[in-house]
Every structure is written in C-alpha cells, then in structure tokens.
Design a protein around this ligand. Structure first.
Ligand code: FAD
Length: 383
C-alpha cells in the first residue's frame, strides 16, 4: 500500500514538475512563489509527503520522499525549499517529537497544507552556534512569554505557525507559535543570492504569550532533542536538493555541449569539455547513491543514519556547487545570462553549502566520525 502511495505521489510530482519548471525563473525574479503552486502542492499531498498517514500525510518512506524532493527540486529550488521547511523541519519533527496534544492540534492542518509551518532557529547573533540563541522565554502561569528576534526564516512571510527556539539561562526549549499571536512581527527580507522565492523574513517576538501546551518536548530539550532532530530531517532533504540541482545542471550542460558549435565541431567534442561532463555524470551518480544510503539507513533505523545523512548533505552540496559552476562554464556567455537556467542553478547550489549546517560544520562532524571509526588502535582521541 505504501509502495502504491509512493508510486502515485511520484507520478503526480513528475507531472507537477513539468508545469513548474518553466515558472522557476519567474519566481526567482519576482522573489515569490505563486499561490496556485502552493495550493497545487497541498492538493497533491506533497506538503504532507513525509508526515504519517494517521495525521493525514502520505507517509512516504525516506527513499520515496527523497525521490519526490529531487523531482520537485530539479524543477524549482524555492518550491522544493517549501517541502524541506514545512514537511521535513516542521511536519516530520512534530510527528517525532511533539506531544499527542500538539500533533492533534497541528499535524492534520500541516499535512493538508491548510497551515504552513516554518523553522525559526537562527538569529542575528546565532548561526552555526545555534545553541547560543538569545531569544528568551519565561514561564508565567499557563503561558510562556517569548522575547527576541529571529533572522533568515524561510517562508516566514507566509507561514501560519513558527517552530521557535528560545533560552532561559541556557536551557533551550522549542515552542509552536501561531503567527496571529500578539507581539509577533514579520519583516520581509529580499536580495538573496538564491532561494529567492522563499518568502524569507526576520521575525520579532515582543512579550509573546504562548500556551504551555505548545512547548515541544520538555524544558531544555529544544536544542539536543528538537533542533537536532529537525536538522537531521532537513539535511536529508537538502542532500536530495543538491542531487536535484546538479542533475538539472548536468542536463543543461549536455544539451548545450551537443548543440553549440565552435572551431567547426560541437563543443562537446572538445576533450576539456568532456572532462567537465564526465565529472558531472560521476558526481551526480555518487551523490544520489549517498542519499539513497542515508535513506535506507533511516528506514532500517541504522545507528549511522545521522552520519550517512551528514555525509550525503556535505557531498551533494559540494558537488552541486562544482557541477553548476561547470555548467556555467560549458554554456560560456549564455551561462552568465538569466535567459538560461545555469546561472540560477549556480546561485542556488551555493545556498546548500550554507543552510542546515554549513559545509565546515559537516566536515567537523564527519572528521570526528572518521577518527572514531578509522583510527584503529589509536582510538580516535585527539587530546
Ligand atoms: C537561504 C537561507 C535560508 C535559511 N533558512 C533558515 C530557516 O528557515 N531557519 C533558520 O533558523 N535559519 C535559516 N537560515 C540560516 C542558516 O541556517 C545560517 O545562515 C547558517 O546556519 C550559518 O549561520 P550564519 O549565517 O550565522 O554563519 P556563521 O555561523 O556566522 O558562519 C560564517 C562562516 O564561519 C564558518 N564557521 C562557523 N563556525 C565554525 C567552526 N566552528 N569551524 C569552522 N568554520 C566555522 C561557517 O562555516 C561559515 O563559513 C537560512 C540561511 C539562508 C542563507
């Protein structure tokens, strides 16, 4: 049954993406997603793709969800970002970490796309060191009162509910905060390198009273238990986003190399161009296999699932940067022009090396894993 659901969803995603792809350039230019795209995603069930069936989602397993992410991400990066933020960072996290009451309150609406969720962790002073958030909460009677500011919040411009991380003297906790609560203000941001149609905003919280039942997991569980879980799901989606962008760039590169003529031959016949194509073919295939390994280890609840996901995210965002750069190179002047998708893919790929933990942060985690796994008798101890 789940397999049939996955197959149906992937077929719907393929036809949705065929109409989406020609609009990606327009969304990038206008810095907004058209409302009908979000409505269509909701109607097709994509906004609940990885949310369990009992809460109204499609309940896709990680491999099917990854393929869905690649299909939509290849057509439009900002549309795929909605999937990552709403479905992975919020939906999957709430399904995994939320109380029964919170799941009942939010998951059916999130799965159906009746409400849009966004993830509010980063702040002007807290990025990679996310546990150092300075937004505060204080318990008062039957509410928590939040004060502070979040920055870089994808889809805050249109979200109905925010997963907000705040601290009480170092005890970081997570809260579901409804947008229409008094004291919540959204300040749109524009001028981004990529992910331009993600309705990015700063969000300020001034004496925002949040019902105590909206605490996700326990007091002090916000970073280790909630944010880390969300980032695990989010990184998995971003890993597939890298494959999507790189695959799109590879197709651009091959189509151009086999049509453009210079020095009397198709440029694809020049061996230096072939080198770029060969690297792209190999790297895209390798990234996809790393994503699949991460997906399988999630299904099997393998203890290395987190590390496999970090490796997949790191590798796929790195190669997406390389492949899109080479696509621009193969297209020459046309690669630098917005009439061709290569320059947008190049900008989108760079974003993947920054979000959900920068490449440097992934390298630190992966190296640590390397020392522990492969140092042999030295035991992997650096001190
Ligand atoms: C398009 C986009 C969408 C985003 N969406 C969201 C969102 O929806 N929700 C949200 O909460 N946040 C979001 N973010 C924020 C994103 O998570 C942060 O930008 C990211 O975590 C990096 O933080 P920073 O920008 O403060 O950079 P910094 O943490 O200041 O890092 C700057 C540089 O220093 C390096 N660095 C930092 N610490 C170390 C270290 N220990 N060792 C080596 N190098 C280090 C980093 O790798 C990076 O190269 C988004 C950002 C962008 C650009």
């Amino acid at each position: 049954m789940a397999e049939a659901t996955g197959t149906d969803a992937l077929a719907r995603a393929a036809s949705f993406s065929a109409t989406l792809a020609p609009r990606a350039q327009e969304f990038d230019r206008t810095e907004r997603l058209a409302p009908d795209v979000i409505e269509e995603m909701a109607a097709a069930g994509f906004l609940g793709a990885a949310i369990p069936v009992r809460w109204g989602g499609l309940g896709l397993d990680p491999l099917a969800y990854g393929e869905l992410t690649e299909t939509i991400g290849k057509a439009c990066c900002s549309t795929r970002a909605l999937l990552t933020v709403h479905t992975s960072l919020i939906g999957e996290t709430l399904a995994e970490r939320g109380s029964a009451r919170l799941k009942e309150k939010y998951l059916p609406d999130l799965a159906a796309g009746r409400r849009i969720g966004c993830f509010a962790l980063s702040e002007p002073g807290a990025g990679s060191d996310a546990a150092s958030v300075s937004t505060t909460y204080v318990g008062k009677g039957d509410v928590f009162v939040l004060n502070g500011e979040k920055k870089w919040i994808s889809f805050a411009g249109l979200a109905d509910v925010f997963l907000v991380f705040a601290t009480d003297n170092g005890a970081v906790s997570a809260f579901m905060v409804d947008r229409d609560t008094d004291g919540v203000e959204v300040h749109p941001m524009s001028g981004l390198l990529g992910n331009r149609a993600t309705h990015m905003a700063r969000v300020s919280f001034t004496d925002v009273a949040v019902p105590k039942e909206n605490l996700v997991a326990g007091i002090g569980a916000g970073f280790g238990f909630v944010a880390n879980t969300a980032l695990f799901f989010g990184r998995y989606s971003i890993a597939w986003a890298g494959v999507a962008i790189a695959q799109a760039a590879l197709e651009q590169m091959c189509a151009y190399a086999t049509s453009r003529v210079q020095f009397g031959v198709k440029i694809g016949a020049h061996q230096l161009v072939q080198k770029m194509v060969a690297d792209a073919v190999s790297n895209v295939a390798a990234a996809r296999e790393l994503c699949r390994r991460a997906g399988r280890s999630r299904i099997e609840r393998d203890q290395d699932a987190v590390m496999h996901t970090n490796v997949a995210k790191y590798f796929s965002s790195t190669i997406a940067q390389q492949v899109t750069s080479d696509a621009v190179q193969v297209l020459g002047g046309n690669g630098c022009w917005s009439e061709y998708p290569a320059e947008r893919l190049f900008r989108e790929a760079k974003i993947l090396e920054i979000i959900e933990g920068t490449s440097q942060l992934q390298q630190i985690l992966i190296a640590d894993h390397g020392y522990k796994s492969f140092a042999g008798r030295h035991g992997g101890n650096l001190s």
